[in-house]
Design a protein around this ligand. Structure first.
Ligand code: COA
Length: 386
């Protein structure tokens, strides 16, 4: 069976890029990845993006970005799965390579969120939920996550302080990442004293609205050899899984189970021939601290109701049993929504090549988990050092 390896990775810093447009960000990340791989052309382009139509009034991103990059008349499309668009775009790129239809594929994730009004951002982000059944009744995306957080704390007896530990860990790692939006460590009190966005979610429980782009180049081991890319720079995409769940929370069987993440993780573990115990680091979707806790449970790292316990026990730091958010996660690196899955992928590549600013010692296998909606569309990818 064909295999797929990443041979190049690149990104832009995450932040408020008022001087760069969506296409500039995408092409900067893409060119960084192509330079890293040592290629000057690709067979196709997949663009992970969620909200270009709403924020920038620009759709048809495949053509926009491939044209701006001067890639010629290649096939190029946008892949959309809400905030999981990046993780899904990586999977579409891998599928193209594994199918044998394309040999060298570029995947770029991009989002430009900061050019408009904050109230517009709040509205657009809620399109990831069930806009007709949830947003229409006044529930923003943060509000929906706040309901889940409150129910989690009530059910299992956790406090806001317990959940804040995810944010503290993310900021500690983000402080060392030159590409992170927030490069300062914080304390639990920083989280607790920050203003409420939607009770119990506070400013420091939430990922920021921001801009950014990240990109990888995917090919087969045979082609990588032909291109002269040294084997120690290859990272295999060993497993992939994707699943959906009910789009609105009202129809969810259990509010505290990310069933789509569980199914996606099971598929990815099976394909890679590994289990959670074999994974050296986890880049999970901590858009809100509650999502970090639920994600750890869904991907089999913690038992149900014990995701936050893992943080309380100090198990999620770089040098602990289950390192998460090694370059800051969504909370500190930032969450340019459709680009996030690509940032997670680039970070996994850096860890597995031994080039991460906060390096997990001897990392061999890493997992990324990317959530679209309030747990309704989830991708899990597993990467292995070759
Ligand atoms: N964490 C920490 N600090 C943050 C922050 C965050 N998430 N978001 C903004 N800030 C800081 C800014 O840097 C700024 O600091 P400064 O005054 O020192 O420059 C300050 O807070 C105000 O920033 P501003 O951009 O005006 O914030 P805002 O009030 O417009 O937005 C949120 C804050 C939390 C409402 C917004 O970031 C948000 O909606 N986040 C959730 C995004 C989301 O739902 N994503 C999809 C999830 S899947």
């Amino acid at each position: 069976m064909r295999k797929a390896v990443i041979i190049g990775a690149g990104m832009t810093p995450v932040g408020e890029h008022w001087k760069l447009g969506l296409r500039d960000l995408a092409v900067e990340a893409l060119f960084n990845a192509m330079e890293d791989a040592g290629v000057d052309k690709v067979d196709s382009l997949y663009v992970g993006n969620m909200l270009s139509g709403s924020f920038v009034e620009q759709e048809n991103l495949g053509a926009l970005i491939a044209d701006w990059a001067g890639l010629g008349n290649i096939p190029a499309v946008k892949v959309e799965a809400a905030c999981a668009s990046g993780g899904a775009a990586v999977q579409e790129g891998v599928k193209a390579v594994l199918s044998g239809l394309e040999d060298v594929v570029a995947v770029v994730g991009v989002e430009k969120m900061t050019d408009g009004w904050p109230s517009d951002a709040t509205r657009y982000l809620a399109y990831a939920a069930d806009a007709e059944w949830e947003l229409f009744h006044g529930a923003s995306f943060v509000a929906l996550n706040a309901l889940v957080m409150r129910y989690y704390m009530k059910t299992y007896g956790y406090t806001e302080e317990d959940l804040a530990l995810f944010s503290v860990n993310a900021h500690a790692n983000g402080a060392k990442n030159p590409y992170a939006m927030f490069k300062r460590p914080i304390k639990v009190d920083t989280v607790l004293n920050s203003p409420y966005v939607a009770d119990p979610i506070k400013l420091f429980d939430a990922s920021p609205v921001c801009d950014g782009a990240a990109s990888v180049i995917i090919t087969t081991p045979e082609k990588a050899r032909e291109l002269g890319v040294p084997k120690e720079r290859w990272v295999e995409i060993a497993g992939m899984g994707r699943a959906i769940d009910t789009i609105n929370l009202a129809n969810r069987e259990d509010l505290l189970t990310l069933r789509a993440a569980r199914i996606a993780a099971e598929k990815a573990y099976k394909m890679a021939g590994v289990g959670p115990e074999d994974i050296d680091f986890f880049e999970i979707h901590d858009a809100f601290t509650i999502m970090a806790a639920l994600s750890l449970e869904a991907i089999g790292v913690a038992k149900k109701g014990e995701g936050a316990k893992l943080a309380k026990e100090g198990q999620i730091a770089i040098d602990a049993g289950y390192p998460i958010q090694t370059m800051g996660g969504l909370k500190a690196r930032g969450h340019p929504v459709g680009a996030t899955g690509l940032y997670q992928t680039v970070e996994a590549v850096l860890q597995l090549r031994g080039e991460a600013p906060s390096q997990v010692p001897d990392a061999e296998v890493g997992l990324t988990q990317n959530i679209g909606g309030t747990g309704s569309n989830i991708t899990v990818n597993i990467f292995r050092r070759v």
